[in-house]
Design a protein around this ligand. Sequence first.
Ligand code: 9EZ
Length: 529
Amino acid sequence: MAPISITSVLISESVDPRCRAILEENGIRVTEKQNMKKDELIAEIKNYDGLVVRSATKVTADVINAADNLKIIGRAGTGVDNVDVDAATKKGVIVMNTPSGNTISAAELTCSMVINLSRNVPQANISMKQGNWDRKKFMGAELLGKVLGIVGLGRIGKEVATRMQSFGMRTIGYDPITPPEVSATWGVEQMSLEQLWPQCDYITVHTPLLPSTVGLLNDESFAKCKKGVKVVNCARGGIIDEAALLRALESGQCGGAGLDVFVEEPPKDRSLVEHPNVISCPHLGASTKEAQARCGEDIALQMVDMVKGKQLVGAVNAQVLVSTFCKESQPLMKLGEAMGAVLRSCVASQKPISSVQITTQGDGMKSSTSYVTSSVLVGLLNQEGGSCHNLINVISLAKESGITITQSHCVADGAASGVCKVEIVAGGCSYAAGGAVQGGVPVLLKLNNSVYRQPVSLAGHLLLFKASANPQLLSSVAGALATKGVEIESFSAPADRTGDQWFSVRLSSPLTDLDALKPAVKEAAQLTI
Ligand code: 9EZ
């Protein structure tokens, strides 16, 4: 797999200057062009292999499909709401964000919402500016001793908890991933949502927006809360159901809400914003100098670290690439790609592939099956010249073209341990290869029922041919090659001598015309690895 190289990046909006500086320090050409119209961006994007955006640039499928050289889209911020991740994945483009740069800013805004809800400061401020002096209307309550429910205990939830503990709040919470022992070390007692709702004086949500978190607070959960509960959403619009919140505010079941995010931004329906017990902001969670600087710097550093092969952080559609950063997995990925290429060369190119079955064997391969599968498919599907399949898109493109992919792992010991088998069906014919990594080198052990006496090193110019074993075979093949000025570097014969067998030959250079072998062999294929 060719390493990802990034030489030119377009920054299409205002991103902290450290972003440009870091990219340039690492030899990447940077162009900043702000306020481009969609058509201008579509015309411009062709010239770059990287794009950095914040929130304003809408990276739609149209933009991505016009970007023939694009390899990565980096978002200086948390989440990728303005990027069509599916379109990027299909195009083989990595999408990356900066998951941690906004943490403190989001947590601090959340805490300010809780504190402001307790004392009605925003409402009192409006009243003062209107010339009033109303002391009765804005009676509040202390936070000391009150219960804060934190739904979602990732980075932001944790920072909210530790800050509000300093006001004497008791912090309870729920998260499906963070273990209770871990959250307990930062003073958050975990419990089920059923147990949590009735205990809270305040609830704040810090989850991603997922089908499971849309409307996490709805009519049903509000009904389980204490009357007058105050709620905060500085995470994503819709985690608190907007219609249910309005009903709860009107009935008094909800005593106040602090909202930084909305289902529709800006919200056309202003009924929540205008409610006297709602305080709100126009999505300001990440709007601090520090968060912007951190995200700008983070996205540049993450892109540089990825290109240098140091580490992969913040990628949202490239889980399989993590294995390319791990020394142990690289020979296995090379093996997969080489086996895919071997089978590709054996299948007449006009035959469509209908199924691919990959089996890894033995303990050492247990966690390798998925990236070996992707690597096999890259080798199998990449036509010479137009190489549009990569580790990011190969699974979705293969499935889209109707290929059934089956991957499995089985226990094995002895010789079968560490072996990878690939079986494909193309044009109704079956082809199979078995290979392994031996001494750090990918080798072919078996091709279409022919088992080699010695493993065939999967490197250099390989000629594969089908013939029935006979004493003249090697000399007639060598003779045919010699007429084209090609030498045999090594020759691998199958152990079985009966019937048609697949032989493997390493050549000094590729043969320009396989027909030169015609009288001596029944089928021939060649490839360069
Ligand atoms: C869901 C979640 C938190 C949550 C948090 C994360 C995937 N996921 N789901 C429901 N990271 C609280 C309630």
